[in-house]
Design a protein around this ligand. Structure first.
Ligand code: 5AD
Ligand code: SF4
Length: 456
């Protein structure tokens, strides 16, 4: 019997892992007749897939729930009720509080229990009661979600690892995503093959601590013991049709020699590495429980650059961590100058309840932190602009992902993850073609398609 069609609206906050999880939720709900919709107002099911990393991200969820309330009330009058579910890391961290603060929510579901969504929604419908489902069960999650998946475009995320055991003192991830856990290699390979067979040319392997990956080896390789990320990349590089592989996000202490060597050996491993350092001051790194010094971070970068000299380095920074003095901040600025980043993300420290940092003495004044953030971002933006300008005159292979904003224009990505705009035929979408870079801004490159390319 054909399923009755229902409208599903998912709003995703935060990291790429949430983007991936939202897609999987869409996949598990499709057999129940839920079709994606881009409007929340008349949706039958609204899912907010939330982020808890900084306070601002978490508070956005409550504002959105406030906006949803009138829509839910309007629909209730029609006898065709709207179900509102809060998923993701706010759900994990604040499950019961969400129900208390926002009675409009029907269902709270943590990151490890999305495979149970169909069952939970059925129960909600039956009882319109409150359900909390926020256990840590990553094995069950991936077993249940491993099947076929809908593919949209030529690039895709693939989660290989979840959770984190590092316990940096500012970070909620070990509490919201749980202990570090890796998917078995065979399961990852099956998903990567399926993506390639559906036309995906580039995959980005995801994990909160992706280079801590230690997945069960594939059948026939049991004697190897767990495989690290370097070996996994080597294995995935053999899959036909997958021209590009990326991975994110990494911890400096987990950049082992096999992974670094992969950057030199594998043509399909793109020359871009996101390697957060957070601070240039060893005193602050220690207080953050990062378990590395700035010097050891520099040594890792040097090794990676020796393996792949053109690699683009990206990072994350936090300013205003408790105890950060002007001298500590100056060390961060000096560190940034020493590394020379191609891109970076920088944040003001946000006190997260339950993390050790929240109760540390010497919290930094908000105004001081804002001023430091502005100074740091000025340097990082200058470096990003400089890196982009250094591509002018070069020929770069660009994977075209979609039409550009202007007619006749295409949008794609360089190997270094830069946005590239150029004129070209729409037939090139999904293809990799050589582009000569003619101009650069802080955020993107412009170029001319190589005349030799046959776009037919
Ligand atoms: N405050 C500010 N930034 C944070 N990050 C993680 N937790 C916090 C916090 N409490 C940043 C880190 C991390 C990135 C994903 O978010 O830089 O690498
Ligand atoms: Fe958070 Fe990353 Fe530290 Fe893990 S390694 S606790 S995810 S910042």
């Amino acid at each position: 019997m054909a399923q009755q069609r229902k409208k599903l609206f998912i709003k995703t906050y935060g990291c790429q892992m949430n983007v991936y999880d939202s897609e999987r939720m869409r996949d598990v709900l499709a057999p129940l007749g839920y079709e994606p919709s881009d409007r929340p107002d008349d949706a039958d099911l609204v899912i907010l897939n939330t982020c808890h990393i900084r306070e601002k991200a978490a508070e956005k969820v409550y504002s959105e729930l406030g906006r949803l309330r009138p829509h839910k009330e309007a629909k209730a009058g029609t006898g065709d009720p709207m179900t509102i579910a809060v998923a993701g890391c706010v759900a994990q961290a604040e499950g019961e509080e969400i129900m208390r603060r926002a009675p409009v929510v029907d269902l709270v579901v943590g990151p490890q229990t999305y495979h149970k969504l169909p069952e939970l929604i059925a129960q909600t419908h039956r009882a319109r009661g409150e359900r909390l489902e926020t256990e840590f069960e990553p094995v069950a999650k991936f077993d249940a979600l491993a099947g076929d998946r809908a593919v949209d475009g030529y690039t895709a995320f693939l989660t290989v690892q979840e959770g984190c055991d590092k316990f940096c003192t500012f970070c909620v991830v070990p509490y919201t995503r749980g202990a570090e856990w890796s998917r078995p290699v065979d399961q990852i390979v099956a998903e990567a093959r399926m993506l390639a067979s559906k036309g995906v040319r580039e995959i980005t392997l995801l994990g909160q601590n992706v280079n801590a990956f230690h997945g069960a080896p594939p059948a026939g390789h049991e004697a190897d013991g767990p495989w690290g990320l370097g070996r996994l990349l080597r294995h995935l590089s053999l899959i036909g049709g997958l021209d590009r592989i990326r991975y994110t996000t990494s911890h400096p202490n987990d950049m082992d020699d096999e992974l670094i060597a992969a950057h030199g050996d594998l043509e399909c491993l793109m020359p871009y590495l996101h390697l957060p350092v957070q601070s240039g001051s060893d005193k602050i790194l220690h207080a953050m429980n990062r378990k590395h010094t700035f010097e050891s971070y520099v040594r890792v970068i040097e090794k990676v650059r020796a393996a792949r000299p053109d690699i683009a380095i990206s990072g994350d920074f936090i300013v205003g961590f408790p105890g950060e003095t002007e001298a500590d901040f100056e060390a961060t600025l000096q560190g940034v100058k020493a590394i020379n980043y191609a891109s970076a993300f920088s944040f003001k420290y946000s006190r997260r309840p339950g993390t050790p940092g929240a109760s540390m003495p010497m919290q930094v004044d908000e105004v001081v932190a804002s001023e430091r953030l502005a100074r740091l971002q000025a340097v990082l933006e200058e470096q990003q602009g400089e890196f982009n300008r250094s591509q002018i005159g070069k020929r770069l292979p660009v994977l075209f992902e979609k039409a550009g904003r202007l007619p006749g224009q295409l949008h794609g990505r360089s190997p270094y993850l830069q946005s590239v705009h150029c004129e070209g035929p729409s037939g090139l979408i999904g293809q990799i073609a050589e582009v000569t870079i003619t101009d650069a801004s802080r955020n993107s490159l412009t170029g001319l398609l190589d005349a030799k390319v046959d776009a037919a």
